[in-house]
Design a protein around this ligand. Sequence first.
Ligand code: ADP
Ligand code: MG
Length: 307
Amino acid sequence: MSRIVIAIGGNAILNPTRGSPVEQKILIDNTCMEIAEIIRRGYDVVLTHGNGPQIGNILAMQEECGIVHPQPLDVCGAQTQGLLGYSLQQSLDNTLRESGIKKQVVTVLTQVIVDESCSSFGNPTKPIGIYYPEKRAQEMIAQGIKMIHDKKGYRRVVPSPEPVAIVEEEIIAKLVQEGVVMIAAGGGGIPVIRKKGLLMGVEAVIDKDLTGSLLASSIGAETFQILTDVEKASLNYGKENQVDLDEITVSEAERYVKEGHFGKGSMEPKILAALRFIKKGGKTAIISSLDKALPALDGKAGTRVVA
Ligand code: ADP
Ligand code: MG
């Protein structure tokens, strides 16, 4: 059996137009139908997912409510693993049952040890959550919250350190071995560090593509697939001379990253995640859109990073 880690992006799980719970469910069911097809093909699937919009919503609710005490980011991250894990787990369970595939689906609350010395702790640059109007943003800045200003308004920025190790990797690998469909390391994992051997949460978020790559290497997956909202990674993206990439080597990928072809915080971490997986001995790393997930596994769609 071939082991695969699939990382799905925000668009596969959250309606960009603030979908109602019913619309949300339709979106998740649709995503799970694609994942179920991959399971039907005989892959042992570990699913991981982003949480950007969801953690943003939790922060916005905390801030605007004004009654309850705001929770730290590791706790908010854990909440999103629960809410998305539940939705995906139930939907995937139902889809598999309807397809006559007898498999259990389990979500693991996953902690990820981050690099404490990462410069992002002193200089947070990862924007999360909603945009705030000037007045509210100034109040938040006065409270010590770090914000950046771009074309659309003010946004909170937080540290996004490098993922170093997955605390629950052994149990995830064991359950995959048992034939369980796993949902793990959601939202890039709950960021933690070890102090004198003991775990503690930190105020940060982790990139889900980089954690997905680490997860895939840690559990010895043959394939790492990132599903997003574009079919391929491109050079000169959005320009007249855009070139969509079918297959690139690790050294080409590194060169293209240096040349700045991939959006920071969007396509760049996907390329880095794919090439890290291959460098650590992984067989196949693919970036594609959700609807092209199967043809991409057959080499007929998406962008492949090869040794
Ligand atoms: P996800 O939620 O799936 O992680 P992101 O929005 O973070 O999705 O990343 C996917 C986006 O990356 C695409 O929608 C596209 O706009 C953007 N992008 C930036 N640079 C590139 C590139 N060179 N090629 C393709 N897409 C790119
Ligand atoms: Mg992203």
